[in-house]
Design a protein around this ligand. Structure first.
Ligand SMILES: Cc1ncc(COP(=O)(O)O)c(C=O)c1O
Length: 377
């Protein structure tokens, strides 16, 4: 049986990147590596839609989240943490771990943040120095209104907006400079179509100014060192050389497709998947504002969600994600971020139909597939 990855990370890796990563390792202080690194830096700026440097860290995405918290805030500083899922909770855990004073703004799982409440919180608590949020809350499949929130924070010189774009960058438009976002983060194993192991973070001028006046509580993730090295096409410590080679290949692919088409493709696949799922009589988990990175689907009451996820894997070799924490067993999450095209979605929707049918759910075989075909033809 073949294996298929349909979880929202790690995502499938294109053959070109796999082959490139299999090349013999060169030394990272050689000119040949620096030449690759220089092109990678340009490609990342294109992807992040920024003139700022995009720093490359050797870690999973959480490492870049930690770097943002530890470089931008001193102990005791107040930050507004938007919590509407598991990854929002992670911002809170990181803030507490680094001794900040987090103020929580909670929204129900499955709903996006309300910019008016962000604005109210900033007005009523003028000592808040940062807003921490996801662009795409992967645990619920919801997209938060980053443009609207950035419009609020960019008017304030003393507040930085930190966006975890781990399942947003390379999925839907989030132009960092044009929207006035202060920090954007992503990781390699999502829309960047690479194995896990690299994290990326870019800071606006406002964020760098804030970092200058912060008592940085980190050594390995001291971002000023990464910025200084990047100017020399280097990293302060040994980089994940093979992954940087893979990244070089991926960034060329993204440029070739064009960012606009990358976004359009994600939207096409997401929209078709959502409509297919609805045509099968199933309900989407997000009430509104679904992310184009993944489709979170409510598991029908009569079906055991954990058994459904297991059936995907055991019967068809397909990995989908289940629900986490409070929605464990209640939702499944189907990814379409990264290296996916139209026909890929037929595999996962066919498997969903067949698994539900075999588990006794009254689904009409072909109901989702026919909508998928109509949407993608
Ligand atoms: C929105 C979001 N934030 C943070 C993370 C954590 O990233 P990592 O597991 O790469 O540390 C993930 C991973 O799924 C995510 O989707």
């Amino acid at each position: 049986m073949k294996s298929y990855l349909f979880a929202p990370g790690p995502t499938p890796v294109p053959e070109k990147a796999l082959l490139r990563m299999a090349a013999p390792i060169i030394h990272h202080r050689e000119k040949a590596f620096e030449a690759v690194f220089e092109e990678v830096r340009e490609g990342l700026k294109y992807l992040f839609q920024t003139q700022q440097e995009v720093l490359i860290l050797t870690s999973s995405g959480t490492g870049a989240m930690e770097a943002a918290v530890s470089n931008l805030f001193s102990k005791g500083e107040k930050v507004l943490v938007i919590r509407a899922g598991k990854f929002g909770e992670r911002w809170g855990e990181l803030s507490e771990a680094f001794g900040l004073d987090p103020v929580y703004l909670d929204f129900p799982w499955g709903e996006p943040a309300d910019p008016a409440r962000v604005s109210e919180a900033l007005s009523s608590q003028p000592d808040i120095r940062g807003v921490l949020i996801q662009a795409s809350e992967t645990s619920t499949g919801v997209m938060h209104p980053i443009q609207e929130i950035a419009a609020i924070t960019s008017k304030r010189d003393d507040v930085v907006l930190i966006v975890d774009g781990i399942t947003a960058v390379g999925v839907f438009p989030m132009p960092m400079d044009a929207w006035g976002i202060d920090v954007v983060i992503t990781g390699s194993q999502k829309a960047l179509m690479l194995p896990p192991g690299l994290a990326f973070v870019s800071l606006s001028e406002k964020a760098w100014k804030k970092a200058e006046s912060t008592d940085t509580s980190t050594y390995y993730f001291d971002l000023k060192k990464y910025l200084a090295s990047a100017g020399k096409n280097q990293t302060p410590y040994t980089p994940a050389i093979a992954l940087v080679f893979g990244l070089h290949e991926i960034l060329k692919m993204i440029r070739q497709e064009g960012l606009e088409e990358v976004f359009a493709r994600h939207h096409r696949l997401a929209d078709a998947t959502r409509e297919a799922v609805k045509a099968m009589g199933l309900e989407l988990f997000p009430k509104f504002s679904p992310s184009d990175a993944l489709t979170a689907v409510r598991v029908p009451e009569s079906i055991d969600g954990l058994a459904l996820k297991k059936a995907f894997l055991d019967r068809y070799g397909i990995t989908v994600a289940g629900g986490q924490n409070q929605v464990k067993g209640k939702i499944i999450r189907i990814a379409h971020l990264g290296y996916f095209d139209s026909l890929d979605m037929f595999q996962v929707i066919a498997a969903l139909e067949m698994c539900l049918y075999q588990m006794g759910y009254p689904v009409t075989l072909g109901s989702g597939l026919s909508v998928l075909a109509q949407k993608l033809a």
